[in-house]
Every structure is written in structure tokens, then in C-alpha cells.
Write a protein that binds this ligand. Structure first.
Ligand SMILES: C[S@@+](CC[C@H](N)C(=O)[O-])C[C@H]1O[C@@H](n2cnc3c(N)ncnc32)[C@H](O)[C@@H]1O
Length: 362
């Protein structure tokens, strides 16, 4: 699919109605169309119009439509979500690399309906993380006899990566294919790596016992193959057919992942409140979907290192960019609503969400 094709598939809500449909638009002129500091680059407008200008992402944090009329343009139910997301998902796949991790925030049913679209564009499911906001989230507000179900206090943050292919082969297939080309028995890979049987067992397995070889072991296999493999087939394990792939290049073939000790896929954490919750001058919550900075830090730290590039296509108050910029990631984000965009700019300029610091009123 070309870039033009992707951009012509504009996300349109297909549900019956949108929030604020009957109200006059309150959107004001923005003071600026974009805002930048050393690490953060925030843009006012539709993210689809910006992807091509941003550096290729190592991390994408998607926190868009939930199908709950949560913001202007959100759909009224989950049925419209696949269409709402498709152009974005296609563009992410186009600009991402094998190093990219996508964190897809949504409700359970929202994610379930968009998952086939993510798979269609090559995003591979890794894990579903559950944000448990706890009982305080619904305290006293729910009549279960009316809603006829258990109260929902969760959201999901689902981790995806892109599987790279070399000459049309997945890494799993390519490793075995290249070794077989050498004419060497598979067990010789153990000798190459200096292990008893782990190399053949883990790196040549074609099922779910396959492991990505660590870079230094990959390079040992590659060197052994090029030294001892049939001369007429060299180079082995090459990406360009000229030079063999080295450890640094091999490391680029997968997304980073770091898990702090004790962290699981259930994240118990109340909704944002207190000082962190951004309010308007009249004391109202500025954005219903403001994400906690600590959860943003968690996913950013798990999937990137300082200097890496982060995208936040549905910025809101840009909690992802805020957390990413704090820790030296190069962040690009967009927000289509002028009020939210201005609030976010204020958040970055003052470094303090206290309403008395707001430079303007909404
Ligand atoms: C769920 S909220 C994001 C909240 C954000 N994570 C935070 O912590 O503040 C989604 C936001 O995406 C914005 N949005 C929706 N479609 C967009 C698009 N195509 N480009 C840019 N922003 C968009 C909405 O206006 C809304 O503010």
C-alpha cells in the first residue's frame, strides 16, 4: 500500500452519532500550530497529516477512540472502531520498523474489535496488560441491577510488535534456512555458540520453542557458518547478499523489552487524581482520558532507552510525550482538538498542571 493510499483511508466515525454533535463548536484558534522543546514536538491537527514528517518510531502509544463518545469524534460504540483506526494502523506499520513497540490502550471490547485490523497490517500480539483502577473508580455510582453486569474498573494496554522478514522469510525460518544452506549439520551451531545443545534446540526450532538468538551468539553462528560452510554459498546470514549481518544489525531486528522485577501484566493503579489531574480554570477535569504518568513511564521504560523516538498520535494532554520527554526520548505527538492542545502546551511550558498556572482559560 502506498502512502497516498493510506492517507486516503481517512478515519471516519461510523456509529450513529458523535459527542457534541448538536452543540456549536467551542474550538478556538490555537496560539501555535506546533510546540517544541529539546525532546517534545507537539502538533495541532490530525496525526494522519504528520506521520510522514516524524522520525521513524521506536515506541507508539495509541490512546485514541474507545467507542464511548469520550471526546469529539469518538464513536458511540465499539462497532465503529475498526474503521476509525484503520488508516492509523496502516500508517504505523508503514513507518515503524522491527524495533518498534506499539502500546494500544483501549477498553476490552474496543481492543477486541480492533485487533483484527492490527493483525491485518502485520502487528503481532505480544501481551495484554490490564489497568485495574480499583473499586474507588466506581464507588457508589453504579446500580448493578440496572446495568446487569459487574462494574468495569479496567482498561487494557496491549503490546504489539512488527515481525520483520528477510527475503520473505520470518527470522525463525531464515535462521534455519541459512544454516541449512551452509551444508553443515544443525548440531554444529552448538559448537559455534559454545553450548551443549541450546543453539539447535532454541534457535532452529520452528514452533513456539523458538528463541531469538542474543546478538553475540547470532554473530558467532554467522562467523562459524561463513568460515566452515560451503564456499559457493557465501555469504551466509547476510541482509544485502554482500556482507554478513553483524551483532549490531541483528539487534535491530527486534523491539527492546525490559521488565522491572515484580511487574506483571496487572497494573493496580487508581485513576489520575490530585495534583497530576489537569483541571480547567473553573476547576473541572480538563480531559476525561488523562493517563497516569507512571503507567506511561512504565511502558516507555519497558520498550525504549533515552534517545529513542516515541509517537503519541492521539495526544490529548500528551501524557506519553510528557513522560517520554522527561526521560530523554524524542517525542512526536498530535492532538486534533484546539482546547486540549493548548492545555497540553501549557502543561509542557509550566511543568505544572496547577490551574493557577494556566496561560489561558477554556
Ligand atoms: C483518549 S484521548 C488521549 C488522552 C491522553 N492519553 C492523555 O493522557 O491525555 C484521545 C485524544 O485523541 C484526540 N484525537 C482523536 N483523533 C485524532 C487524530 N486523528 N489526530 C490527533 N488527535 C486525535 C482526541 O481529541 C482526544 O483528545
Amino acid at each position: 500500500m502506498s502512502q497516498t493510499d493510506i492517507l486516503s483511508v481517512k478515519p471516519v466515525p461510523v456509529s450513529t452519532f458523535d459527542i457534541n454533535m448538536n452543540k456549536s463548536q467551542t474550538i478556538q484558534e490555537t496560539k501555535c500550530k506546533s510546540w517544541h522543546n529539546t525532546y517534545a514536538h507537539l502538533y495541532y491537527g490530525n496525526s494522519l497529516d504528520y506521520y510522514s514528517q516524524w522520525e521513524s518510531p521506536d515506541v507508539i502509544i495509541s490512546d485514541g477512540a474507545y467507542g464511548i463518545l469520550g471526546f469529539e469524534g469518538d464513536t458511540s460504540d465499539h462497532c465503529g472502531l475498526p474503521q476509525w483506526y484503520e488508516a492509523h494502523v496502516a500508517a504505523w506499520a508503514m513507518y515503524a520498523t522491527a524495533k518498534t513497540t506499539l502500546w494500544f490502550w483501549n477498553s476490552e471490547i474496543g481492543w477486541a474489535t480492533v485487533h483484527p485490523v492490527l493483525e491485518k497490517y502485520g502487528w503481532q500480539y505480544q501481551n495484554c496488560n490490564i489497568w485495574n483502577k480499583g473499586i474507588a473508580h466506581i464507588a457508589g455510582n453504579i446500580n448493578t441491577q440496572t446495568i446487569r453486569r459487574f462494574p468495569v474498573v479496567t482498561e487494557v494496554c496491549v503490546q504489539y510488535t512488527l515481525e520483520p522478514k528477510i527475503n520473505g522469510l520470518t527470522l525463525k525460518k531464515w535462521l534455519r534456512y541459512e544454516w541449512k544452506r551452509t551444508g553443515l549439520p544443525l548440531r554444529k551451531a552448538n559448537e559455534a555458540c559454545g553450548v551443549r545443545d541450546a543453539a539447535t534446540r532454541k534457535y532452529f526450532d520452528q514452533g513456539n520453542l523458538w528463541y531469538f538468538p542474543p546478538a553475540e551468539l547470532f554473530e558467532k553462528m554467522q562467523k562459524y557458518a561463513n568460515l566452515h560452510g560451503k564456499p559457493e554459498g557465501r555469504p551466509y546470514f547476510s541482509l544485502d547478499g554482500i556482507t554478513p549481518c553483524n551483532a549490531v544489525q541483528w539487534e535491530q531486528m527486534r523491539a527492546k523489552f525490559f521488565c522491572p522485577h515484580g511487574v506483571t501484566n496487572v497494573w493496580d493503579r487508581p485513576p489520575v487524581s490530585g495534583k497530576e489531574r489537569i483541571k480547567t480554570l473553573n476547576g473541572q477535569v480538563a480531559h476525561l482520558n488523562q493517563k497516569p504518568l507512571d503507567l506511561m513511564r512504565r511502558i516507555i521504560d519497558a520498550s525504549s532507552t533515552p534517545g529513542d523516538v516515541l509517537w503519541e498520535p492521539f495526544g490529548g494532554l500528551f501524557s506519553g510525550c510528557y513522560a517520554g520527554a522527561e526521560s530523554g526520548r524524542k517525542c512526536f505527538g498530535a492532538e486534533v482538538n484546539a482546547d486540549y492542545f493548548q492545555l497540553a502546551v501549557n502543561r509542557f511550558e509550566t511543568g505544572n498542571p496547577n490551574p493557577s498556572n494556566f496561560l489561558f482559560q477554556i
